[in-house]
Design a protein around this ligand. Structure first.
Ligand SMILES: [Fe+2]
Length: 182
């Protein structure tokens, strides 16, 4: 029998209750690889007939973890941003995503004159899953019609996050409950 969304949510619940740390996140990452191998799940949540949008598939009331499917339309490059103190796990369903991590290299004193340095870049193809640890500044780039499943430690709309502008060398805080940039 296929590994279902319900199986996944039940297993990551147990993992995150027991291990809210690097080991637990790595286990969740591996479980998402298992879920992405379920073709029925991919068809239902990220298939070609699914309208463009972001769908909440599950929110765990105990751990706070949220599972979302992102059915994207036009391709884009997101600006670098963080997810506050939440981690995020991205699993590619269709298309691909380029994952980039950044580090702030100025002294942090002036949010109107920042410097970021790219520290890693890799590409996720269908079935592959990447992890951004808490606080990591990151950006994603994907082509038209890319689809992915994302698991975050909490609902990102409920926490403050930071968004960086490379052109203007600025950083802004996105307050809780405002639009989510992915
Ligand atoms: Fe993000």
């Amino acid at each position: 029998m296929s590994y279902t969304l319900q199986d996944f949510c039940a297993e990551i619940h147990d993992i995150l209750v027991a291990e809210r740390n690097d080991d637990g996140r790595e286990k969740v990452r591996q479980k998402l690889e298992q879920l992405l191998a379920n073709e029925t799940f991919i068809e239902q949540c990220c298939g070609p007939d699914k309208p463009v949008g972001v769908y909440k598939l599950n929110e765990d009331p105990t751990t706070g973890a949220v599972v979302l499917s992102h059915v994207m339309g036009e391709g884009t490059i997101s600006p670098p941003h963080d997810h506050g103190n939440s981690w995020a796990i991205y699993g590619q369903a269709t298309g691909y995503t380029v994952m980039r991590e950044w580090e702030r290299t100025d002294d942090g004193a002036d949010d109107e004159d920042i410097a970021l340095e790219k520290t890693s870049e890799y590409r996720l193809d269908p079935g592959q899953v990447g992890l951004f640890n808490p606080g990591v500044i990151h950006s994603i780039e994907y082509p038209d019609n890319a689809r992915f499943v994302r698991v975050t430690g909490v609902d990102l709309d409920g926490i403050d996050r930071k968004a960086y502008n490379l052109k203007h060398k600025t950083v802004k805080t996105i307050r809780a409950e405002s639009a989510n940039q992915g």
